[in-house]
Ligand binder design. Structure first.
Ligand SMILES: NC(=O)c1ccc[n+]([C@@H]2O[C@H](COP(=O)([O-])OP(=O)(O)OC[C@H]3O[C@@H](n4cnc5c(N)ncnc54)[C@H](OP(=O)(O)O)[C@@H]3O)[C@@H](O)[C@H]2O)c1
Length: 319
């Protein structure tokens, strides 16, 4: 497993992290195609294979994800860095403190290692939110402060609202087909020593190569994902991933993850539903991707222009 350091904290985190939006979320098929036991086993297997960062949020499964993570880390607490997120609806000073208390109870832990603002809320002043975050550090309820889905401008404003602490990470969408973060946020993070936590690193399963124009996931989450409506545009990237995977005896999705974590300050948060997916994610870190293959993927992915035709999404919703 490759590791990096979370911001400037000195805390070692795995470059493959476990995402748990899927834990307890019916939209993803929880309770139908996989169970609570699958989630608990997946987390424990990932930790056994070197993953030490687990990401959840108070809104995932309306709190059930945090509960399942809490159950799964029993007996493993000191081996796991727990990251959770406060909802954008709870960003007033009192809202943050209360939400954190609820998350601690659901997780069954004394301290949350990384507490992140899930999404900015322009209606609530950031000053009160960040004051509450610093209070939580002072009380020992959280160790470090992170943000998610913050533009560079908002990130700098949030940092300026802090007196003593530093923002250590920004969690943003980042994968071979969605690379907006490379324009501003990634260079800034590299310069300033922030960690980029990349969510949807498999483009919600698309980069595993198991979906095609004919074989599409049926859930609402992916029906509204523009990438799945653009299969013809992403096919050259998928073909390359399949070719490399075939040559190396691994899975296409593992190559996509390995490409993503080639940057020192990026950890990929992979959403999983079972042990198989957790182990596959963890093992991707061990792949030896040559400079040539890395650059070829880079080139092909930059050519995959995704059409922002929302009518297509509407049609998919109706189908
Ligand atoms: N901060 C935010 O706003 C935000 C937003 C989104 C996500 N996140 C976090 O990031 C995590 C990951 O993002 P994500 O769930 O959107 O997307 P993702 O990790 O790109 O894709 C996850 C999906 O890929 C499929 N998959 C995973 N491993 C696989 C394997 N080895 N083989 C085949 N299929 C596999 C699974 O779905 P199927 O098996 O059904 O195909 C899984 O649900 C989330 O769990 C969450 O913790 C954060």
């Amino acid at each position: 497993m490759l590791y990096t350091v979370l911001g400037k904290t000195g805390l070692r985190i795995s470059r493959i992290a476990l995402g748990t939006w899927q834990f307890g979320s019916r939209q993803w098929g929880y309770g139908v195609s996989y169970s609570r036991a699958d989630c608990v086993e997946a987390l424990r297997a990932a930790v056994e294979h070197g993953v030490n960062l687990v990401d959840t949020a108070e809104i995932y499964g309306s709190g059930l994800s945090e509960e399942i993570v809490g159950e799964a880390v029993k007996g493993l607490r000191e081996r796991v860095v727990i990251a959770t997120k406060v909802s954008p609806l709870n960003l007033t000073y009192d809202g943050v403190i209360k939400a954190c208390g609820r998350s601690l109870r659901r997780l069954g832990v004394k301290t949350i290692d990384l507490y992140q603002i899930h999404h900015p809320n322009p209606l609530i002043p950031i000053s009160g939110t960040m004051k509450a975050m610093e209070k939580l550090v002072e009380m020992g309820w959280i160790s470090y402060i992170g943000v998610s889905n913050f533009s560079l401008k908002r990130l700098i404003k949030a940092q300026e609202a802090l007196r003593r602490e530093e923002i250590v990470s920004n969690q943003v969408k980042y994968n071979l087909l969605e690379r907006d973060v490379e324009r501003e946020l990634l260079p800034y993070a590299e310069r300033e020593g922030l960690t980029i936590l990349a969510y949807s690193p498999l483009a919600q399963g698309l980069l595993t190569g198991k979906y095609t124009r004919e074989r599409q996931p049926r859930d609402l989450i992916r029906k509204v994902n523009l990438l799945f409506a653009n299969m013809e545009r992403v096919e050259p990237v998928l073909a390359k991933l399949r070719e490399l995977a075939g040559r190396m005896g691994v899975e296409p999705g593992q190559i996509a993850l390995r490409w993503l974590i080639s940057r020192e300050n990026v950890s990929a948060i992979v959403g999983v539903k079972n042990v198989g997916q957790a182990l596959s994610a963890a093992a991707s870190s061990d792949i030896d991707l040559s400079r040539e293959d890395y650059e070829e993927l880079d080139r092909l992915s930059l050519q995959a222009r995704i059409s922002r035709n929302y009518a297509k999404v509407l049609l998919r919703l109706l189908s």
